[in-house]
Design a protein around this ligand. Structure first.
Ligand code: FES
Length: 63
C-alpha cells in the first residue's frame, strides 16, 4: 500500500483558486505575509472562504 501522506509542496491550500502551500510559502519568503495581500495575489480566500483558517494557520506557522 502506498504512503498516503500528501506531498506538502503540491498540496492545495485553496481549492477555489488552486493556490498551493508552496505558493504561499514563496510569497512569505518574499515578504508578503498578510492575508489581504496573499488573497489579492493568489485569489486564496477570495472564493468560498473555506481555506481562510488553513491559510492563517500556515502564516502563523511559517510566516
Ligand atoms: S478554498 Fe479558498 S476560497 Fe474557497
Amino acid at each position: 500500500m502506498n504512503d498516503v501522506k500528501p506531498d506538502k509542496k503540491t498540496d492545495f491550500i485553496c481549492h477555489c483558486s488552486g493556490t498551493t502551500v508552496e505558493k504561499i510559502k514563496e510569497l512569505v519568503d518574499n515578504g508578503i505575509d498578510d492575508l489581504d495581500n496573499i488573497s489579492r495575489l493568489t485569489g486564496a480566500c477570495a472564493g468560498c472562504g473555506a481555506c481562510e483558517t488553513a491559510v492563517l494557520d500556515l502564516l502563523a506557522e511559517y510566516g
